[in-house]
Design a protein around this ligand. Structure first.
Ligand SMILES: Cc1cc2nc3c(=O)[nH]c(=O)nc-3n(C[C@H](O)[C@H](O)[C@H](O)COP(=O)(O)OP(=O)(O)OC[C@H]3O[C@@H](n4cnc5c(N)ncnc54)[C@H](O)[C@@H]3O)c2cc1C
Length: 227
């Protein structure tokens, strides 16, 4: 393991050396296994980086569970087993992309945005990133850096539970038809990528259907295991 960083009060991020020959598509998930107080355990985890990067990155919302506690305690030099990669939550490289993340659901979408920037893909990529409050926005600096590197990449943050008297001047509220309209403005047949907990994905899917998006233009990754 190379790096271990707390990126928000509840989200922890780690980077591993990429094993020789390890390949994945933007952006699949892996089984990530290591020793915990309850023995060796494996959890499904989306990769939180692009395959163009020389490392493997994962980000997790920390809870009291043995796996999460061990994840947050990983230190440089520690080893883990990476099984995979799996899944069909993949960027269509020739269609405009609208990425919709709730909280920790940012992980594979950050990887897609990195991929589009690193490969200089000729597609618009627009991210709506919903969090409860400003301090829970994960990878904020990295996302801003990507907007500077890729003129086709935009980020809209929206906060759902920030107090009215906070200093936040950005958008408030959930990802709704109004935001979906702004994001898709001027794009021809975008693909919508939705990632987060089951509740977030279901709610966003309903908004997309109300907005008139054809179901075959929506792909999603559900982070099961958040109750
Ligand atoms: C494809 C995929 C990618 C994921 N990527 C990420 C990621 O990038 N970051 C992240 O933080 N989390 C990710 N998750 C979720 C992660 O694997 C954990 O399930 C979740 O973080 C909850 O872990 P916990 O230790 O806090 O809860 P736990 O204490 O382990 O579990 C809480 C409750 O959920 C149940 N549960 C746990 N895991 C699952 C599961 N996989 N399926 C069904 N029920 C389950 C448990 O039985 C328990 O009842 C991903 C899940 C999937 C399926």
């Amino acid at each position: 393991m190379l790096e271990s960083t707390r990126v928000t009060p509840t989200i922890h991020s780690v980077k591993f050396e990429k094993p020789p020959g390890f390949q994945f598509a933007p952006v699949q998930f892996c089984g990530l296994e290591f020793q915990t107080t309850a023995g060796s355990l494996e959890y499904p985890m989306s990769l939180a980086c692009s395959p163009t990067r020389p490392y493997l990155e994962f980000g997790a919302r920390i809870s009291e569970s043995p796996w999460k506690q061990a994840f947050a305690a990983l230190r440089p030099g520690d080893e883990a087993e990476v099984d995979g990669a799996y899944g069909h939550f993949l960027l269509h490289e020739t269609s405009p992309a609208i990425l919709i993340a709730g909280g920790i659901g940012i992980t594979p979408l950050k990887g897609m945005a990195e991929f589009a920037a690193d490969r200089k893909l000729p597609i618009e990529v627009r991210l709506a990133y919903s969090n409860r409050n400003e301090e829970e926005i994960a990878y904020r600096a990295e996302l801003e850096e990507l907007t500077r590197r890729n003129p086709r990449f935009e980020v809209v943050h929206t906060l759902t539970r920030t107090p009215d008297d906070s200093s936040w001047t950005g958008r408030r509220g959930r990802v709704d038809s109004d935001l979906l309209g702004k994001l898709s403005s001027g794009l021809v047949d975008p693909v919508y990528y939705v990632c987060g907990t089951e509740g977030l994905v279901q709610e966003t899917y309903r908004s997309l259907m109300t907005f008139g998006v054809p179901p075959d233009r929506v792909v999603h990754e559900v982070f099961r295991g958040y109750g």
